[in-house]
Design a binder for this molecule. Sequence first.
Ligand code: KIV
Length: 283
Amino acid sequence: MTARKTILDFRRMKKMKEKVSWVTAYDFPMASFAEQAGIDMILVGDSLGMVVKGYSGTIPVTMEDCLSHCQDVRRGAPKTFCIGDMPFMSYQVSFQEAVANAGRFLKEADMDAIKLEGGRRVCEQIRAITDAGIVVFGHIGLTPQSSGQMGGFKAQGLHVESARELIKDAIAVEEAGCEALLVEAIPPRVTEFITDKLDIPVYSIGAGLPCDGQLLICGDMLGMFESFTPKFVKKYANLANIVIEAFTEYIQEVKAGEFPTEEHVYNIKESEEAFQSLFREFE
Ligand code: KIV
């Protein structure tokens, strides 16, 4: 049995310029498929609010939602490095709450690390959580939990002034103790600078090639999330079409009495006469 990767592997991979493949998963089957494919790490993102629960954003997602999905993912991917995403208001209110909630991902769902959104404004929380011995992944750029303040799900760092703020945030979260940083929806030119500047691995979702690895949301890349598709998504499959076609064929066959056939039923193991005699007992 291959051992789970650790942050030491991810630091080594950065040094060796070996890219990390990273995907979200929210349930047992998807986590198991990702592990079987050999993915390096899995994020149980609070994007589950949109991808699984059908909310329009991540704000309503609770700690209980996240923990429950983390537990499902861990059962599906026991050998993969898994990161639990801290939902909105699970780390903003107080440092004590942030540390206690971060700890629940490890104690109750066997996660290897937690991720939280924000730069300089969450550095105190990052320090407190890492002081408690927990691996923290940072997340800057487009941060969906504060998309209200950004005026929507908008790319960040397109201009010098906002890129400067991003670079300051990246440096600050590394200094605060983050073991890795996710940058979302920022230009590759800025990603490259941040990746070279930081010692910790920098991963991209919608932030281009020049960094230490890539993350995509499983619902996006597999074509299962139909509400909208961000510019940075490549669809590697169109599962929605496959699933709808399969349901359509099933419905037609059920209505036409064509399913089930001989191959899908269990046959009696005694004679027809024996069963007729049984049925007569109840007439
Ligand atoms: O919740 C999530 O899946 C995320 C990604 C958008 C990076 O945080």
